[in-house]
Design a binder for this molecule. Structure first.
Ligand code: SIN
Length: 313
């Protein structure tokens, strides 16, 4: 059941959903992050007349997403959620780093009201743009009674932000939550929910402020045939605040890479093992020398180590 609980704030950060191409038939050769959030909202007839506010927080192609934008975004979300008349937040974003931003916001804010990320695989100028429907669906989720936590809405599916993975390079339904499946679907404008909204403990924002002179350096190294671990030694020599290993299968590492990671860990570098596989959690065998990242993707494990490094500063 849906009610009309209040005002929704829509924050623009860029992405293909705000992208523009020279020709309406071009869904590939376009520039992301060109169109302002007010214009994106104005292009969706179903949003007109709703109690909405818009704010442009950033205008970036999300391949260039930065810690500084994350911090600013989290601060604006937090500021708007402190207003009693605001029922929820929608964020327009690029698809490429959506799972990282979703995880960051959930860990930092664990919001008691909905924070709904949405995106598009085709630019706003496309004849078959998917952004307008995704934006409308995101607002529907943000206005749903009882909704809370950070979720992502794309192609009619609602994902828990911690489970989100981009799994396809160009299909409209480019996202998956793997074995967990979507948290809900939007069907004919109505939310059909299968699982609870995301819960969690908020780390808060205070430890990220003021603007750090340099953000912690957390790198991802993949295991692959022939991996010898020398890259880990080279990174460590430059100064490393955290290391994620995208292991093969259940997070396994070549002998050389494992030895190098153990050297780094012994020298005080926090390490997490994830998998380079597109789906599936890491299953602990009980005798791991290097801790596993559980259900997190490698890029989300990187965000986790980044937050831990910031919290320790
Ligand atoms: C981006 O991530 O900003 C560009 C690609 C996309 O949104 O699909």
């Amino acid at each position: 059941m849906q009610s009309d609980p209040g005002r929704i704030v829509i924050l623009g950060t860029g992405g293909t959903i705000a992208g523009s191409a020279a020709s309406p038939g071009d869904a590939v050769g376009y520039r992301a992050a060109q169109i302002g959030i007010e214009a994106l909202i104005a292009a969706v007839p179903g949003l007109q007349g709703l109690p909405l506010e818009a704010e442009q927080v950033a205008q970036v192609d999300s391949k260039d997403m930065s810690c500084a934008v994350w911090r600013q975004l989290a601060r604006r979300v937090s500021a708007h959620l402190s207003r009693p008349e605001v029922a929820g937040i929608v964020i327009t974003h690029g698809t490429d780093t959506l799972e990282e931003t979703a995880y960051f916001l959930q860990r930092v804010l664990a919001p008691a009201r909905p924070v709904v990320l949405t995106a598009a695989m085709r630019p706003a100028t496309s004849l078959q743009a998917d952004g307008p429907q995704n934006l409308l669906d995101a607002v529907t989720v943000a206005r749903s009674e009882g909704a809370h936590g950070v979720v992502a809405v794309i192609a009619g599916q609602v994902f828990d932000g911690r489970e989100l993975r981009k799994v396809h390079t160009h299909r409209l339904d480019a996202f998956s939550a793997g074995d967990a499946g979507p948290l809900a679907r939007i069907e004919a404008g109505t939310l059909r929910r299968f699982r609870p909204w995301p819960e969690g403990h908020a780390l808060g924002l205070d430890f990220i402020a003021p603007e750090p002179a340099a953000w912690p350096r957390v790198e991802i190294v993949m295991n692959h045939a022939g991996a010898d671990g020398r890259i880990v030694d080279a990174l460590q020599a430059q100064g490393l605040d955290g290391l994620v290993l995208a292991g093969t299968g259940n997070g396994s590492l070549s002998a050389g890479l494992e030895a190098a990671a153990l050297r780094a860990q012994a020298a005080g570098v926090p390490v997490l093992r994830a998998s380079r596989c597109a789906g599936g959690p890491l299953l602990d065998t009980g005798d791991e020398a290097l801790p596993g990242a559980g259900t997190l993707s490698a890029v989300q494990a990187r965000v986790e180590l980044l937050l831990r490094a910031l919290a320790a500063v």
